[in-house]
Every structure is written in structure tokens, then in C-alpha cells.
Design a protein around this ligand. Structure first.
Ligand code: PMP
Length: 287
């Protein structure tokens, strides 16, 4: 039976419930992290814990636990579920209040940790690559809500995701308010142009992905030049290679955008090399 952590207790999945007055449910008021477990070890846990606290700070939600206690709770939940390879969802809600927005009238932020498995995309897509379309829904304007906050409100991305699935694509490209390439609905995006790896900078209004940062490190180690720079769709149309990164997605090749093949229309050599290096890193770093 899957055990779910809520506020210090490990409960059976069916017993793991929170109030319907929780502002996490009523308003999407809360923050979260998605984290991978490889061979029973949690990948880049410190980075995820740091980002969760930053998200909390940004929405003025004080997390009710120390980083050390939260880190220990994640590890304990993984152990309680005998998870070898899996996925952890760490959620902190604003807590229950009344039917009004004011977070000062809430109490008891809920700390929830689910340790389970995840398969985001079919296996064969990692070999063959996936197709993207550009969504007409743009990424949230950074002055409305910073994309750097991993909040419980994903409607912006969900609307873009629906556009993707309507078009038969498992992911969709999102532009920012300036019309530049930002990211996909749940993944960061990279291209290779003449041997140089390029990805939008954090200023483009994106989530600063932990997988993104790991892949930038791997590329530099491999001697590939990496540029965090402004990209427009033209850059993607003329790119030699393209791929996405994310905790759940890991590294996945992209072979077309808006019906136009990228490069040769199949996963390129730098993409395949980085995918292999990433797989090695997730095994090596956690072994
Ligand atoms: N962008 C968005 C919008 C995301 O939700 C995610 C996480 N699913 C990412 C990028 C990738 O971030 P990470 O590598 O930290 O999972």
C-alpha cells in the first residue's frame, strides 16, 4: 500500500486527505516540486528543496518545516514506499481558511509528499523524438506571475498543453509576452545550431529547470559551447537539433515544430550524446 506523507505522518493512500477549504484547492495557492528517484536515491534533492523554499518565499508562504526536516521527510517517504526508480511530488499548500482569498485567514500549511512512479512519454519517443506545435497561449507575463515560481496554479501551461494534444502532440512550445521562445508546458527547451547548444535564459520568463541546469553542466563537461540566449521560432526552424529537459521527461529529442522537420527530422548526435550522459549521471551520481 502506497504511503503518503502529510504533516509528519505516513498515511495509507486512501487515508491521505486534506480539507476542501484548503487554499491550495480553492485558489491554487501553494508551491510544489517534482523530483526523481534513481536506485532508491533522490536526484538533486538539495536543488529541489532550495527551489521550493524560493517559490514559497516568492508567494509569501512560509514553509512550516526546516530544510533539514523536509529533506529527511522526503527520504523517509521514499524509503517507506521501497521506491527504486520513481518520482516524488512534494506539495506545500497555503492551508485551510475561509471562502475568500486572504491568506492571512488560513492556517496550517499542508506538507504533502507522494512517492510513486511516473512515465510521462512513451519509451519509443526517446529514440524517435517527439513533435511540437507552438501554442497560441503564451507563458504568463513575468510581471503577472513569475514563471520561476513552481506554483500549484498551472492553468497557463494546461491551456497550452490542450492545444498540443488537440494537434496530436504530447508537448507544446510556449512563447513569452515578447514573442520569444520560452519553454514547453512542463519542460525546458534546447537547440543545437552549428555545434553550439542554445537555450532561453531565465530572463525569457521560464522555470529554471533543475534538469536544464544539469544538462548545461554535462554539455560544458563534454566541451560543447552553451549559450543562454534569446531564441525566436526562426532559430528553432533552422536548428540542427532540438530537445527538451525536465524531471519527469528527463532528456527527450524533438524532431519537428509546427509540421516542419528540425534538422534531419531525427534525433541528432549531440542530443543523443547528452541523453546518454544524462542517463549515466542519474545512475552515477546516485549510486
Ligand atoms: N518548465 C516547466 C513549466 C515545468 O513545469 C518544469 C517541470 N516539470 C520544467 C520546465 C522542467 O524543470 P525541472 O527540470 O526542474 O523538472
Amino acid at each position: 500500500m502506497t504511503k503518503v506523507y502529510i504533516n509528519g505522518k505516513l498515511l495509507d493512500k486512501e487515508q491521505a486527505t486534506i480539507s476542501v477549504y484548503d487554499h491550495g484547492l480553492l485558489y491554487g495557492d501553494g508551491v510544489f516540486e517534482g523530483i526523481r528517484v534513481y536506485d532508491g536515491k533522490v536526484f538533486r534533492l538539495k536543488e529541489h528543496i532550495d527551489r521550493l523554499y524560493e517559490s514559497g518565499r516568492a508567494i509569501r508562504l512560509e514553509l512550516p518545516m526546516t530544510r533539514a526536516d523536509l529533506t529527511a521527510a522526503v527520504k523517509a517517504t521514499v524509503a517507506a514506499n521501497n521506491l527504486g526508480d520513481g518520482y516524488v511530488r512534494l506539495v506545500v499548500t497555503r492551508g485551510s481558511g475561509y471562502l475568500g482569498l486572504d491568506p492571512r485567514k488560513t492556517s496550517d500549511p499542508q506538507v504533502i509528499i507522494i512517492a510513486d512512479t511516473i512515465t510521462l512519454y512513451p519509451r519509443e519517443m526517446y529514440e524517435q523524438g517527439l513533435k511540437l506545435i507552438t501554442a497560441s497561449t503564451i507563458r504568463n507575463h513575468p510581471q503577472a506571475l513569475s514563471a520561476r515560481i513552481k506554483s500549484l496554479n498551472y492553468l497557463n501551461n494546461i491551456l497550452a498543453k490542450i492545444e498540443g494534444t488537440d494537434a496530436g502532440c504530447v508537448e507544446a512550445l510556449m512563447l513569452n509576452h515578447k514573442g520569444e521562445v520560452a519553454e514547453c508546458t512542463g519542460d525546458n527547451i534546447f537547440i543545437v545550431q552549428k555545434g553550439v547548444l542554445k537555450t532561453p535564459s531565465v530572463d525569457a520568463g521560464i522555470l529554471e529547470g533543475i534538469t536544464r541546469n544539469a544538462v548545461i553542466g554535462l554539455a560544458r563537461e563534454a566541451g560543447v559551447m552553451v549559450l543562454e540566449t534569446t531564441l525566436i521560432r526562426h532559430d528553432l526552424y533552422i536548428a540542427d537539433e532540438c530537445f527538451l529537459t525536465g524531471t519527469a521527461a528527463e532528456v527527450i529529442p524533438v524532431v519537428s515544430l509546427d509540421g516542419r522537420p528540425i534538422g534531419e527530422g531525427k534525433p541528432g548526435p549531440i542530443t543523443r550524446d547528452l541523453l546518454a550522459r544524462f542517463q549515466k549521471l542519474t545512475r552515477g551520481e546516485t549510486a
